[in-house]
Design a protein around this ligand. Structure first.
Ligand code: X2X
Length: 345
């Protein structure tokens, strides 16, 4: 009898201890701070995406989840092409990242870099907000991160310090800084330019010193950095590729959160992404595209290509499109082309 009672007591004590330790692990599993990686900081829409996400998460989780921004991909010493691996390994907890920077590890993400695939904003939306977007999220999930929402870096336009570019021959021999996916080297080589791949951290001094003649990036970056002051006097609006952003969380971090907190973090990413896309398109979706006027007012020669001029660039980069179609996956490219044809304009 006595033995039995003490046994019961022991079991109860063990159960209580078990319950206590479960609560303790659930709480201690939350870190004091989560590290969010970004290439560009808060003066840009991209940086705002991170800032809005962090603020919404803090507010909605009542401070249980605190996110600190690390712009300039500073957790990986500025080497943006290593961001995806670092995320997977847990060096980075979460990120708002570019499809370009992650495409060396996730080859399907090169879809958005296929030259002249997306003719307008409706085409970007047709991909990210539809079946293609869901397929890409499934691929990212398999690749080892938790994808939550889309944002936007934007259409990438060409600037340089030498001359107005209206045709591929104007690009001949020009030294152009390109991003980390080899498809960019292929495209600029096909156009007759001399592409040189470097991180954004290295690109800025290279532009300032004249080590490179030109670069391509969304236009808000031109105005934020006042690129006319580093000699970028010519701009060609050609919209050859557009770069979406993706909000993701490391898998271990994700599974350390309660289901309720996961839902809050996911919804906050969706809400921040929607707001950020509006910011990224500001000045470019209005009928008179005021951003081009602002840039022209800075003394920059703005070249808008006619449909025929644009077609010359499409033609010369077509072999690159065909080559990379296989790398991206012919089925995914086909689905993307069909979604774009069927888009609501
Ligand atoms: O490096 C670039 O050009 C940038 C900032 O646009 C990206 O990170 C893709």
């Amino acid at each position: 009898m006595k033995l039995r009672r003490s046994l019961v007591g022991l079991v109860a004590a063990a159960a209580a201890l078990g319950a206590f330790s479960t609560v303790a692990t659930a709480q201690s599993a939350y870190k004091a701070e989560y590290r969010l990686s970004l290439v560009l900081g808060p003066p840009t829409p991209w940086g705002q995406a991170g800032k809005m996400w962090a603020e919404l998460v803090k507010e909605r989780t009542q401070g249980r989840i605190n996110i600190k921004l690390y712009p300039g991909v500073s957790l990986i010493q500025g080497d943006q092409t290593r961001e995806f691996s670092a995320l997977r390994q847990g060096v980075i907890d979460m990120a708002v990242g570019s499809t370009i920077n992650w495409s060396p590890q996730v080859k399907e993400l090169n879809l958005f870099s296929l030259p002249f695939l997306m003719p307008d904003y409706a085409a970007i939306d047709a991909l990210t907000q539809g079946e293609v977007g869901r397929k890409i999220f499934a691929t990212l999930d398999k690749a080892g991160v938790v994808p939550l929402a889309w944002g936007e870096n934007g259409f990438r336009e060409l600037t340089n310090s030498k001359r107005a570019i209206k045709s591929p021959s104007d690009l001949k021999g020009m030294k152009i800084r390109v991003v980390g996916s080899p498809i960019y080297s292929d495209m600029f080589s096909a156009m007759g330019a001399n592409p040189t791949q470097m991180s954004w951290a290295d690109a800025q001094p290279a532009l300032a010193s004249g080590a490179v003649d030109g670069q391509e990036n969304p236009l808000f970056l031109f105005t934020v950095l006042k690129m006319q002051n580093v000699g970028q006097k010519f701009l060609t609006a050609w919209g050859y590729v557009a770069d979406p952003l993706i909000f993701v969380v490391n898998k271990d971090i994700w599974s350390s959160w309660t289901a309720a907190d996961q839902a809050l973090v996911r919804q906050a990413a969706v809400d921040a992404g929607k707001q950020e896309i509006v910011l990224a398109r500001k000045g470019l979706v209005e009928a008179d595209k005021p951003l081009f006027k602002d840039i022209a007012a800075m003394g920059v020669t703005v070249t808008q290509l006619s449909p025929a001029e644009r077609e010359a660039f499409v033609l010369v980069t077509r072999p690159v499109y065909e080559k990379w179609k296989t790398t991206v996956g012919a089925d995914l490219v086909k689905a993307a082309e069909a979604a774009i044809v069927a888009r609501k304009k």
